[in-house]
Every structure is written in C-alpha cells, then in structure tokens.
Design a protein around this ligand. Structure first.
Ligand SMILES: C[S@@+](CC[C@H](N)C(=O)[O-])C[C@H]1O[C@@H](n2cnc3c(N)ncnc32)[C@H](O)[C@@H]1O
Length: 219
C-alpha cells in the first residue's frame, strides 16, 4: 500500500523541466484519472481516436509521437499496425505509457535536443504539445523534428491558438524556416475546414526531399 501511494505522488520536479505551464497542468491533473477519463468515454461509445484516425489516414509506416504523454495516440496507432515510438520529456507520463504498453518503444527525451538514430514517415504532435513546451524551445523543436523526418515525411500538429499565445504565423514561420511545406490545414481532427482566426488548427507539413542541415539557418 505504501509503495502505491508513494508512486502516486506527483513528482513535479520532473514536469518542471518541460515548462512552467506543464507544472501547472500537472498540479491540477491526476495522471491516472486523466487516462481513466478517456477510457470511460471510449466505453460509453464516444469517438476518442480522432487524432489517431487522422494520422493513420496518411498511411505512415513509422510514426514518432512527439510529446506522447501517456501514449493514448501512440498505442492506438500501434493497434492499427503502425510502427510507433513515443517520446516525452516528462518521465511520469512515459512511466504511465510504458505500464499500459510495455512492448512499445518509449523514450524520455527533449524534442528540442534529442538525437534519435531513426527517421520517421510522420511525426505527430497532437494534444497541444506546442503550447505546453517552453516557449524559447519552440523554434528548436520544429527544426529538430524536421531533422527526424524521412525525405517527404510529414509533421502533423494540432494546438489551440490562444490570445497572446503561440500564433499560427509563428508556427508557420518556424516550419517553413525548417524546410517544411504546408500541405493541409483543418480546424479539427475531423477535417473541418480551417477558417481565419480559428481557435484551433491541425496543420500538416511536408519535409523537403533533402532536410535542412544547419540549425543556424533557422531564425
Ligand atoms: C497536453 S500533453 C499531450 C500528450 C499527448 N500528445 C496527448 O495528446 O495525449 C503535452 C505533452 O507535451 C510534453 N512536452 C512538452 N514539452 C516537451 C519537450 N520539450 N520534449 C518532450 N515532450 C514535451 C509534455 O511532457 C506533455 O506530456
């Protein structure tokens, strides 16, 4: 019993390396309860796999789930036969993912600085990862993810567009400076059309055949 309660105590120091905003999220969210909410919705017949369905629609063989959290999307993609690696900087989130799917590849690493040996057909960033990361790291994250794409690979991200937050123009600038080209944009994971000044976007960027080599070229 003691071991369980110790393990259940949130370790915010591990969230702190992600961003202050992530610490706040963790302070107000119990990871197990967060996962259970999705499980309950699924059991009640709600459609909880919109992101995975959207991503699988591009028929990738390999996916990096970047900022995978507790793995809800990576696990569903793997169930659909996709070869998935999940990476997250918060070790508690990765622990939860690994408990649910010990057979899968889970990494604790920083999207801005990781250097993986693999390149991926598609890198997915659902679930507001770009607004929970450290603002100073956003440019680096986009650039580093572009470096982890196969030639013509896809970067798929969805996040809220908040007043005074990370803007769509900033995101687009970071993507194009990293050698990516916009191929699709929607307002939802159900492919509703994006309208200007929307509150949420899902954007699909494609890598150039030759990745941009030097980080210093991104400003
Ligand atoms: C709101 S959660 C989304 C989790 C998952 N994508 C989902 O949709 O269920 C945002 C995640 O981004 C991760 N994250 C933020 N900055 C990161 C970074 N620099 N490197 C790796 N993960 C990061 C956080 O640890 C957190 O798990």
């Amino acid at each position: 019993m003691l071991a369980v309660s110790e393990a259940a105590t949130p370790d915010f120091s591990r969230a702190a390396v992600v961003s202050p905003r992530w610490v706040t999220w963790r302070e107000h969210t119990d990871i197990a309860a967060y996962d259970e909410r999705f499980d309950r919705l699924s059991v009640a017949g709600h459609h909880v796999h919109g992101e995975a369905e959207f991503i699988a629609g591009y028929a990738p063989r390999t996916v990096l789930d970047a900022g995978c959290g507790t793995g809800r999307i990576a696990i569903e993609l793997a169930r659909r036969g996709v070869d998935v690696v999940g990476v997250d900087l918060d070790a508690d989130m990765i622990d939860a993912a690994r408990r649910k799917a010990p057979h899968m590849d889970w990494l604790v690493d920083d999207l801005a600085r990781m250097q993986l040996a693999h390149r991926f057909d598609l890198i997915a960033m659902p679930g507001n990862v770009m607004i929970f990361c450290r603002p100073d790291d956003r440019r680096l994250i986009v650039h580093n993810l572009a470096q982890h794409l196969e030639p013509s690979g896809l970067l798929v991200a969805g996040f809220s567009l908040e007043r005074d937050g990370y803007t769509l123009a900033q995101w687009d600038t970071h993507c194009t400076a990293s050698g990516l080209t916009l191929v699709d944009r929607f307002a939802t994971w159900d492919r509703d059309p994006y309208v200007d000044n929307g509150a949420y976007h899902v954007s699909v960027y494609r890598a150039l055949v030759q990745p941009v080599a030097q980080e210093s070229s991104v400003r």
